[in-house]
Write a protein that binds this ligand. Structure first.
Ligand code: ZN
Length: 290
């Protein structure tokens, strides 16, 4: 499914070295600014730390800092004008989410018509392309492999998306605990291999403002289950979880809380043990969300 990167000087998307390579934001700059402010407001923030793959704002001078970006493996043309529409669709989607978070938590749906009005078909395609661009950057960065061809062809508008399933979840822990748990989070990649050691499945996610975009990459996994304009959203229920009282105890240091929270709600989204990855994956696969 994936081949090795042969030439580090070439962009993973267009396979050219015509333009300088640049680093895509791991979490979009507009999300970082929405969470932590811009300019001086950003600099005044106190919680400044990067923990593993999760990002708790810290030791970062501006939302453009390299620490918030993937390595430079995408050319400035692909990262700029070529993906502008994708970026716009994602920004619109997140703006809508941020303004309607409580409503979405209750209704458990995204109504694409409300977000994009009459252009929802095209905009939704571009939204998915934004996610695929992020996923490709993650594969290239973490695994040093080229993304599957279907993902590139989908970005290029040459093929339907076949090899990725995207699932939305709201993780409403930050509705219950104190700041700074608006912290964005990026998972590491979980990988399942065939007997011959080739990669069969890759799974990961990122979380912004308690909305997780989960993805599974597997040959022909995708089936478009969006019903007209409606996307279903899962909402985690944390009641009864071990450590819950400890987590919502605001007297704990934020770093301790962050560790507990990221372990429980981010690293093991279904509260699975580490060695039960297959079970967690099975649950992901059978969720009906697109
Ligand atoms: Zn390029």
């Amino acid at each position: 499914m994936l081949s090795k990167i042969k030439d580090e000087s070439k962009c993973w998307w267009c396979n050219s070295s015509e333009y300088a390579l640049s680093g895509e934001h791991k979490i979009k700059k507009t999300d970082i600014e929405q969470l932590f402010g811009k300019g001086d407001e950003f600099k005044e923030q106190k919680f400044i730390k990067v923990v593993g793959n999760g990002i708790l704002k810290g030791q970062i001078q501006s939302p453009s800092s390299n620490i918030l970006k993937f390595n430079k493996k995408l050319c400035s043309n692909c990262n700029g004008s070529r993906s502008q529409q994708m970026d716009r669709s994602y920004e619109k989607f997140m703006n809508y989410y941020n303004e309607n978070k409580e409503k979405i938590k209750t209704s458990k749906i995204f109504d694409l018509g409300e977000i994009y009005e009459s252009r929802f078909n095209e905009s939704y395609l571009n939204l998915k392309r934004y996610f695929i661009k992020h996923i490709c950057c993650k594969i290239v960065d973490d695994l040093n492999l080229l993304p599957p061809l279907n993902l590139i062809n989908f970005l290029n508008g040459k093929e339907e998306l076949k090899d990725v399933k995207i699932i939305f979840n709201i993780k409403p822990y930050a509705f219950s605990v104190k700041d700074p748990f608006t912290t964005p989070y990026i998972s590491s990649l979980d990988i399942l291999k065939e007997e011959d050691n080739t990669i069969a499945i890759i799974m990961g996610w990122f979380t912004v403002n308690q909305l997780s975009i989960n993805y599974i990459i597997e040959k022909n996994i995708n089936c478009d289950l969006v019903d007209g304009k409606i996307i279903d959203v899962g909402v985690f229920d944390y009641k009864g979880l071990k450590h819950w009282n400890e987590i919502i105890d605001s007297s704990k240091k934020p770093e301790i809380n962050f560790k507990l929270i990221s372990d429980l709600f981010e690293n093991y989204p279904f509260n699975q043990e580490k060695n039960k990855l297959e079970k967690a994956l099975k649950m992901y696969k059978h969720l009906k969300y697109q």
